[in-house]
Design a protein. Structure first.
Length: 253
C-alpha cells in the first residue's frame, strides 16, 4: 500500500527534514508540500492525502483551523508537528494519530509513522468490510434485509449467510449464530439483531433465542406444560411464545 502524504509547515527547514526522512520510507509518496494552511487547503481540495504531517503554529491559518475548514467526508490521518508541548492535548482532541515535538529524533518519527500506518490499515479494512456488507445486502434488495452477517474472527471478517443460520442465541451483549456445525460470535444484542432480520423467516421464540423458521420441523410438549421447537437434525429449543402463533407462522412460510 502506498501512502500519499502531504507536508504542511511554514518553516522550509522543517519541511526539508520531513521530506528527507519520508524519502527513506518505500511506501510513502510525497504528493506535495505547503507553507501555510491556505495552500494546504487548496491542495487537499484537489486531492485528499492519506497522511498529513501538519504544523500547529502557522500564520493566518494554524493547523487546527485548517482541519476545521476541511469539507465533510474522509480526512487524512494526521501527525501534528509542533514546537509547543501544550498543543498535544488539543491535537488528540481532534483525533490526531500522534504528534512530534520539535526537534524530534528519527526513532520518534518512525514510531509516529508506524502508528499512522496501523490506523490507515484499520481504516482500509473497515471500509472494505462496509463495502462488502453493502454489496451483500444489495443482493436481496426486494426484502430490504441483509443476506449475510459480518462476523469478526481475529484479524479477519467472516460473512455468514443468513439463510444458513439455524438459530441465534443471546449471550449478554453478544449473540451466537448457530449455523450447522459452526458457531459464530457476533458483538450485538439479540434485540438489535432482531430488527435487522426478516420477520417472515426469523421468530423470537424465547427471550434469548431467535429461530430460523425454515429450520423448524415441529413443536412438541415438554415438562410442566411447556413446549419445545424441534429443528431439522433434532435440536430442541425452549418455546415461550404461543404454540398457535408459531404454527400459523409455519403454515404461511
Amino acid at each position: 500500500m502506498t501512502i500519499r502524504t502531504l507536508i504542511v509547515d511554514d518553516e522550509p527547514l522543517a519541511r526539508q527534514g520531513l521530506r528527507l526522512m519520508l524519502r527513506e520510507e518505500p511506501d510513502i509518496v510525497i504528493m506535495g508540500e505547503s507553507a501555510n494552511g491556505a495552500e494546504a487547503l487548496a491542495a487537499m481540495r484537489r486531492e485528499m492525502p492519506a497522511l498529513m504531517f501538519l504544523d500547529v503554529q502557522m500564520p493566518k491559518m494554524d493547523g487546527f483551523a485548517l482541519l476545521a475548514a476541511l469539507p465533510p467526508g474522509p480526512t487524512p490521518v494526521i501527525i501534528f508537528v509542533t514546537a509547543y508541548d501544550q498543543h498535544a492535548l488539543q491535537a488528540f482532541e481532534v483525533s490526531a494519530t500522534d504528534y512530534l515535538l520539535k526537534p524530534f529524533k528519527p526513532a520518534r518519527f518512525r514510531e509516529a509513522l508506524q502508528r499512522a500506518r496501523q490506523q490507515l490499515q484499520a481504516r482500509d479494512l473497515r471500509t472494505l468490510n462496509q463495502r462488502l456488507q453493502t454489496l451483500l445486502e444489495a443482493a436481496n434488495p426486494a426484502a430490504g434485509y441483509p443476506s449475510h452477517l459480518s462476523v469478526k474472527a481475529g484479524e479477519h471478517t467472516v460473512f455468514v449467510k443468513v439463510r444458513d443460520v439455524d438459530y441465534i442465541e443471546a449471550a449478554a451483549n453478544y449473540v451466537i449464530l448457530h449455523a450447522g456445525a459452526q458457531n459464530h460470535v457476533l458483538r450485538e444484542t439479540l434485540t438489535n439483531l432482531e430488527t435487522r432480520l426478516s420477520p417472515k423467516t426469523f421468530l423470537r421464540i424465547h427471550r434469548s433465542i431467535i429461530v430460523n423458521l425454515e429450520r423448524v420441523i415441529g413443536v412438541k410438549p415438554a415438562a410442566r406444560g411447556e413446549h419445545v421447537v424441534v429443528l431439522k437434525g433434532g435440536r430442541e429449543l425452549p418455546l415461550t411464545r404461543g404454540v398457535r402463533e408459531i404454527q400459523q407462522r409455519l403454515e404461511f412460510l
